[in-house]
Design a protein around this ligand. Structure first.
Ligand code: CUK
Ligand code: CUA
Length: 764
């Protein structure tokens, strides 16, 4: 009985436990509750977990995306898809002071065309600098399709350093693509045009209009393009499209496809069939193959002549020297991508459903054997399609661009018309997977996908339309970058990111740890020329220099004042204000904006930035700091006084709004003494720990020491005034002394917190 009742009790217990467990399972977890409220599936939550980056977290990859018509580039992180920075390139951008300070105006001026300022760009293809075929994190290059220009962005500070204008073209699309050691940056033209800036009738299209491909020489030490050592291949008036540089076995060669080899000239208004009909009537166009290594040797030997002041290799010379060859391509091709091993070249036909895979080895053999199918109307040798082709693969309707996986042979092609990405194997021709895209994908990009060792992992589809993917914001929609996980055998869509800046044609992603951006500049740095600024200024050396009616103000900015605080000039003066940011602390940027003069500077720690304008109207022009840099940021201010011609300043002191007494002074000093106690205790904590092992803390301590030095100077002034019984100034300087103490304490506390959170050890 006893046993039975025991058993019964045990059974009851089991039943109870299982009931309880059941009710526990029924109760929603906080996660389930959120999923239900927001209508999320388990797949959604998994996708979120793959992209979510907690506060303070970092991304594994950094993307540089073209900003399309904005003339900028966009940096964002993967997998979080958080936008980090728009970098101004061809277009003025006030936050960065780009196109507002004199230094960056000089960069934009390099991009003038026939003397005309061009204040936008149509950026298409960013390209990271490479060393031995790997992204090296030093530079990014980007083209402007509308105006044939190329820009250099230094990743040391993410600033645009140089713009070059193509000396021959009237547009460029096939840029920027770098050679494996960034010896050259490729830039192909798009719309055939005369090389001169003169009028040439369209009737002379075949004879006088030309395409071309420029190899811009890059000086890797100076970080600048050298126009004098760059050269251009004259090409037929086909529409040259995208490029890619050979690598490995194909090192020294470049490839670029083309369309409209029909050389059709439209004229819809005169009853002629339009361009789109005439430019896609033939079944094939041409892949152009150029030997840049040999061309560079000819340039070095002085065997290439200059036209318009720049080296130009005419087609006759290219034929003679065996520098330029053609291979037929599928109808209306787009994209031109060399495989990571450098052995194959993949070109897609926009109006075809195939990706065509060419063999570099076969191309070389044909060249060696002089095995040509014939010549184009300009005498360029054409290698037979069958001779050069490895295979063609049906990947879907409207294939455009191809990117590579870390797995050998695996690649991804964007399919514009079918709105999908096709994963396939270029060695076997086998289709592996497809995924629908929303909508109409243009380029796509894998991690380090243009390097010789792609990482794969993620793929971003750069989509032309977003239609219904986001909350509507009027007829102009953002573009959509879709993040896709490609680690498994099936592609999985993770995230949609709206990009509201322009149409970002192409992007490239680099491992984040390859980037080593600076925290500050050397003090007095002109970041655009990367030299010490002739206008730099040290604290205490601020001055105003007049030369005739040109006034140069050499000033400084530091929390929380602009020196000088008053600038007096006369009507008609040309005023240049040069400001140096004295800060050494991370992220302590000061801005400088002024009423009515179109002035807005961004002065990062160490930088010297200048603004020049004509003070043509007498008046009062307040100026201030535009970055909320400190508690007294709003007080970081001053006045430009433009005095009428012949105005005589009154010889009286400014009357203070408030009068202070000895009691006010004593109270302030008491506060300062108490504040100093806090500082001392923080300093005691820091110095009793191994703070020197933490670079962040060392920088904070340096900054704090500076601030404390200023506090002592103000204290001395305060005490001197008090000694003379001048409690007005004694009180004001005592307050300034306190301001510096507050900044010191703030820095000290940040350092202390950092040490506590990062396991600093006690040393004494
Ligand atoms: S282009 Cu836009 S989708 Cu300029 Cu590279 Cu192909
Ligand atoms: Cu400096 Cu606000």
């Amino acid at each position: 009985m006893k046993f039975l009742s025991k058993l019964g009790g045990a059974l009851l217990l089991v039943a109870l436990v299982s009931m309880l467990a059941g009710s526990v399972a029924l109760a929603e977890s906080p996660l389930q509750k959120v999923m239900k409220e927001r209508g999320l599936t388990e797949k959604d939550v998994l996708a979120a977990a793959k992209t979510y980056t907690p506060t303070g977290g970092r991304d594994e990859y950094i993307v540089c995306s073209s900003g399309g018509q904005s003339g900028q580039v966009i940096f964002y992180g993967i997998p979080s898809m958080r936008i980090l920075k728009y970098v101004a390139v061809f277009t003025p951008e006030p936050w960065q002071g780009y196109g507002f300070d004199d230094e960056s105006k000089a960069v934009l001026a390099q991009g003038r065309i026939n003397g005309k300022d061009i204040t936008y760009g149509d950026t298409h293809h960013p390209s990271f600098s490479e060393t031995d075929g790997e992204y090296d994190g030093r530079y990014v290059f980007i083209n402007d399709k509308a105006n044939p220009r190329l820009a250099v962005i230094d990743l040391h500070d993410f600033e645009t350093k140089q713009i070059v204008v193509n000396p021959f073209f009237k547009s460029d699309h096939g840029g920027a693509f770098v050679t494996p050691n960034t010896e050259y940056i490729m830039e192909a033209s798009q719309y055939a045009a005369p090389y001169s800036d003169d009028f040439v009738s369209l009737n002379d299209f075949n004879e006088e209009y030309r395409g071309g491909l420029t190899y811009w020489k890059f000086n890797n030490e100076a970080g600048r393009i050298v126009p004098d050592e760059s050269f251009t291949f004259e090409m037929p008036p086909y529409s040259q499209d995208l490029c890619d540089a050979g690598k490995g076995p194909s090192y020294g060669w470049g490839f670029n496809n083309s369309f409209c080899s029909e050389r059709y000239v439209g004229g819809i208004e005169k009853g002629r069939p339009p361009y789109e009909a005439g430019c896609s009537s033939k079944d094939t166009d041409f892949l152009h193959i150029t030997n840049w290594e040999k061309a560079a040797e000819l340039v070095a030997k002085g065997k290439v002549k200059k036209v318009n002041g720049s080296y130009m290799i005419p087609m006759d010379q290219a034929i003679e020297e065996e520098l330029l060859f053609l291979v037929p391509e599928p109808k209306s091709p787009h994209g031109c991508d060399v495989t990571p091993d450098g052995k194959l070249i993949i070109v897609s036909g926009k109006l075809d459903s195939h990706a065509w895979v060419y063999s570099f080895e076969k191309i070389m053999k044909a060249i060696k054997d002089k095995n040509f199918d014939g010549h184009d109307p300009y005498g360029l040798p054409i290698i037979g399609l069958d001779t050069a082709l490895e295979r063609s693969v049906n990947v879907g309707l409207g294939p455009l661009h191809t990117q590579f996986d870390s797995v050998d042979g695996v690649c991804y092609t964007s399919i514009y018309v079918d709105s999908q990405v096709t994963k396939w194997n270029y060695r076997t021709g086998k289709i592996l997977d497809t995924i629908p895209i929303h909508y109409n994908v243009g380029h796509l990009m894998t991690m380090e996908g243009d390097s010789k060792t792609p990482d794969g992992k993620y793929l971003v589809a750069l989509n032309k339309l977003s239609i219904d993917r986001f909350n509507p914001v009027g007829p102009l929609h953002p573009q959509n970058h879709q993040l896709i996980d490609i680690k498994g055998s099936q592609m999985e869509l993770l995230y949609d990111m709206p990009l509201p800046l322009g149409e970002p044609h192409y992007a490239a992603a680099i491992k984040a740890d390859k980037l080593k951006p600076a925290v500050r500049y050397q003090t007095g740095w002109d970041s655009r020329s990367d030299k010490k600024s002739p206008y730099r200024c040290r604290a205490g050396r601020e001055k105003t220099v007049r030369d005739g009616n040109k006034v140069d103000v050499y000033g400084t900015v530091i929390r929380s004042h602009i020196t000088p605080e008053t600038i007096e000039v006369y009507e008609g003066d040309t005023v240049s204000i040069h400001l140096t940011n004295m800060e050494r602390a991370q992220d302590e940027v000061h801005g400088f904006a002024m009423y009515g003069q179109n002035v807005q500077l961004s002065i990062e720690p160490g930088k010297t930035a200048s603004t020049t304008f004509v003070a043509d109207k007498p008046g009062v022009y307040p100026y201030y700091c535009t970055e909320f840099c400190s508690a007294l940021h709003l007080e970081m201010q001053g006045y430009l006084l433009v005095m009428p011609k012949g105005y005589k300043a009154k010889d009286e002191a400014i009357v203070d709004g408030v009068k202070y007494t000895k009691a006010d002074y004593d109270a302030q000093v008491a506060t300062n003494v108490a504040t100093q106690d806090v500082i001392n205790s923080v300093v005691g904590f820091i110095t009793s720990h191994n703070y020197q092992d933490f670079a962040t803390v060392v920088a904070l301590v340096e900054d704090a020491t500076d601030q404390l030095g200023f506090a002592e100077e103000a204290k001395a002034k305060s005490e001197a005034s008090a000694k003379k019984g001048d409690y007005q100034n004694a009180m004001l300087w005592a307050n300034q002394w306190w301001q510096y103490q507050v900044k010191t304490a703030d820095l000290g506390l940040r350092a202390k917190t950092f040490l506590e959170q990062n396991g600093a050890k006690k040393v004494k």
